[in-house]
Design a protein around this ligand. Structure first.
Ligand SMILES: [Zn+2]
Length: 563
C-alpha cells in the first residue's frame, strides 16, 4: 500500500495514544494475535469496540481496563489470529438458487449427466434446469463437453450449464431448438456458436455474446407469487450466511444488483455485509445522469449500501479462448480473441463517464484488452484532466511488460482474483505460451511497480472463501498442492501483503481506506478471528483455516461455536 493521507483526527488519536480511552467498550477482544494492517501499529493483542467502531487497539492489559463488568461483551481470542474483515472487491453476489446444479471441481463429465438426470426427475417437463461452474480443463479428457452428454437425460427440459467463467454455456438440443440455432446460424459479433468440424452442427457450446441468443423455451415453474418471493428471500439469506461463515464483511458487486432487496434486508436486520453495487458502463448521457442520481441516493460517504463503479467488458477469458491478445493463441493460431466492442466505442464511454466523476472498472483479460483499457483511461486524464478517479481494471490477467508500470503512473487499480491464477494455470501456458505467461496474474510485478492492488474472488466463478485466494497468492499452486515452487513463482507474494490487498487494498479501491481495511481507532469494527495463524502455518494448512468469529460494525454476526 502506498502512502495514505492521514486525517487530522487520526493524528490526534496517535498523539493522545490509543489507550488514553476511558470510555467503556461494548465489545472487546483480548489475547489475540492481531494483524492490524496498520503500518503505524502492525500488531497488537486486544481491541476495544464501541458502537460500530474500534476505539482502542493495544495490549490485553490496557484494553481490559475498558471492560465494564456486566455490559461489555468479551471475546477471549486465546492466541488466535485476528484480522480486518475480508473485502471482496469483485464478486457476483446475489440470492442463491436452491436447485442450481453445482458442477465445480467435476473431473468426470458423466457426473454432469447424472446430476442433470436427477434434477430432471424433480422437475416438470419444460422446466428449466440450471447449473454450472464446470471446467473442461478439469475433465479427465480435457475436452469441451457437447450436447450429447446431456441430451439423452433431458429430452423434455431446457438445460443451461455455464462454464466456471460464465463466458461459455453448455446447452442441450431442447435449448438450441427453442433458440432457433442451427448449423446455418452465423456467429454474432463478439460471440461464437461452436460447431462440429465434421458435421457443422452446433455442439451445444455457446460463447460470449452468442449467449444473448439463447432462449430456453422454459415453462414457468408451478409456484405462486408468494412462493417465488419466499424462495428469493431465502436465497439472499443463504448467500449472506455463506459470506458470514467465510469472514467476508464487505463486497463490491460489478454490473448491477437489486438495491431495494438489500435495503429490505437492512431494514429487517438481516444485512451482515457492506455492499457496493455498480451499474454497466454506458455512453448514454441520460443513463449516466441516472447513475449520478443513484450515487446521491446511495452515497460514497455511506458505510452500508453504496453506489459502486461502472462495469464494462473489453474482452472474454483465457479459458474460453476469447481474451483479446496482441498475438494469436498459442494453441489456436486462427484467433487472437474477441473484442466486445470497437476501441473507439469504449473510449467514448470512458471519456463521458469520467467527465462526470464516475468510477469505472473494466473487465480485461488479454494483453491487448488491458492495453486498450489503460489507453482509454490515459486519454481520459489528458482530455478531462487528472483527478483521483481510481479507475480499475477487473482481472488484469495478462499484461505486456511495458504496461505493468502504467497502473501506478495512471493510478489505475488492478482488481485481481488470485484463485483465477491457480484455476487457469493448468491451461494458461498452453493457451498463451510460457513467454506471455510471465505477465499473467503478475501481482508481484504490479505491486513492486507501485500499484495499489485490490483482491477478490469473482465469485461465483470462483469460491467465495478468502482462504483460497490467500493460498493462491502465496503459493501459485494447485488446490490439492503440488511439488516445487509453484507456477511462475517470481510472482508469489507474502501472506501479509495478500491480506492487505484483500482488506485495505480493496477498501482503497472503493475510496474507503480512511475508515475500513485496518484495525485502528476510529475505523469500522469489521473483524474476523481465524483458527490458525496464517503467518506461520505451512502452506498446506492455509485452505483449511476456518473463521471462528465474524464481526461487522461491532456486532458478532457469526461464531463457529454458535455463541
Ligand atoms: Zn466478474
Amino acid at each position: 500500500m502506498k502512502k495514505i493521507i492521514i486525517s487530522l483526527s487520526t493524528i490526534i488519536m496517535i498523539v493522545s495514544g490509543a489507550y488514553a480511552q476511558t470510555e467503556k467498550a461494548d465489545l472487546v477482544i483480548i489475547n489475540g494475535k492481531v494483524l492490524t494492517i496498520d503500518k503505524d501499529n502492525p500488531s497488537a493483542e486486544a481491541i476495544a469496540i464501541k458502537g460500530e467502531k474500534v476505539i482502542a487497539v493495544g495490549k490485553t492489559s490496557e484494553i481490559s481496563a475498558l471492560i465494564e463488568k456486566g455490559s461489555t461483551k468479551v471475546i477471549d481470542a486465546g492466541g488466535r489470529m485476528v484480522l480486518p474483515g475480508f473485502n471482496d472487491a469483485h464478486v457476483h453476489f446475489g440470492p442463491l438458487d436452491p436447485d442450481f446444479i453445482e458442477l465445480r471441481y467435476t473431473t468426470d463429465p458423466s457426473v454432469i449427466a447424472q446430476k442433470v438426470k436427477a434434477q430432471v426427475a424433480k422437475s416438470r417437463p419444460g422446466e428449466i434446469i440450471n447449473g454450472g461452474h464446470w471446467e473442461h480443463e478439469m475433465f479427465i479428457d480435457k475436452k469441451w463437453p457437447t450436447k450429447e452428454l446431456i441430451d439423452s437425460v433431458s429430452p423434455n427440459n431446457p438445460v443451461i450449464l455455464s462454464r466456471a467463467d460464465g463466458h461459455s454455456l453448455l446447452v442441450n438440443s431442447y435449448v438450441l431448438n427453442a433458440s432457433g440455432i442451427t448449423k446455418n446460424t452465423p456467429d454474432p459479433f463478439g460471440g461464437v456458436i461452436q460447431k462440429d468440424p465434421v458435421t457443422g452442427e452446433p455442439t451445444g457450446i455457446i460463447k460470449e455474446n452468442a449467449e444473448g441468443m439463447i432462449k430456453s423455451g422454459a415453462v414457468r415453474p408451478n409456484r405462486t407469487a408468494e412462493e417465488v418471493r419466499v424462495r428469493l428471500w431465502q436465497g439472499y439469506l443463504l448467500a449472506l450466511k455463506e459470506a458470514r461463515e467465510y469472514g467476508v464483511t464487505s463486497i463490491q458487486v460489478p454490473g448491477s444488483a437489486d438495491f431495494n432487496a438489500y435495503e429490505k434486508l437492512q431494514k429487517e436486520g438481516e444485512l451482515t455485509i457492506r455492499i457496493d453495487i455498480g451499474e454497466p458502463l454506458t455512453g448514454d448521457l441520460k443513463k449516466l445522469n441516472k447513475y449520478l442520481e443513484l450515487g446521491k441516493k446511495y452515497p460514497g460517504e455511506g458505510n452500508w449500501i453504496r453506489f459502486g463503479y461502472l462495469k464494462a467488458f473489453i474482452d472474454g477469458t483465457i479459458g474460453s479462448g476469447t481474451a483479446l491478445m496482441f498475438q494469436p493463441f498459442t494453441d489456436n493460431p486462427s484467433t487472437s480473441g474477441l473484442a466486445m466492442m470497437p476501441y473507439e466505442v469504449f473510449e467514448d464511454m470512458v471519456l463521458k463517464a469520467d467527465k462526470l466523476g464516475l468510477q469505472i472498472g473494466t473487465h480485461a483479460i488479454g494483453d491487448k484488452g488491458n492495453n486498450w483499457v489503460l489507453n482509454a483511461y490515459e486519454t481520459a486524464q489528458k482530455v478531462n484532466g487528472k483527478r483521483d478517479s481510481r479507475h480499475r481494471i477487473e482481472h488484469a490477467q495478462t499484461l505486456q511488460a511495458s504496461d505493468i508500470p502504467r497502473f501506478a503512473s495512471l493510478g489505475v487499480i488492478p482488481s485481481m482474483q488470485p484463485t483465477h491464477c491457480i484455476s487457469d494455470k493448468k491451461f494458461c501456458d498452453k493457451r498463451i505460451g510460457t513467454e506471455r505467461a510471465k505477465g499473467a496474474y503478475a501481482w508481484k510485478s504490479l505491486a513492486d511497480a507501485g500499484a495499489i492492488l485490490a483482491f477478490g474472488t469473482d465469485y461465483q466463478v470462483e469460491p467465495l472463501n478468502p482462504m483460497e485466494g490467500l493460498y493462491a497468492s502465496v503459493t501459485r499452486k494447485d488446490r490439492l498442492g503440488e511439488m516445487g515452487e509453484g507456477w511462475h513463482p517470481e510472482q508469489k507474494i507474502k501472506m501479509e501483503d495478500a491480506i492487505e490487498y484483500y482488506t485495505l487494498g480493496s477498501a482503497y479501491s472503493q475510496f474507503m481506506e480512511n475508515r475500513k481495511g485496518m484495525i485502528k481507532p476510529g475505523f469500522l469494527a469489521d473483524i474476523v478471528i481465524v483458527d490458525k495463524n496464517l503467518l506461520t502455518i505451512p502452506e498446506t494448512e492455509i485452505m483449511k483455516t476456518k473463521v471462528d468469529y465474524t464481526i461487522v460494525g461491532g456486532k458478532v454476526v457469526y461464531s463457529s461455536s454458535g455463541k
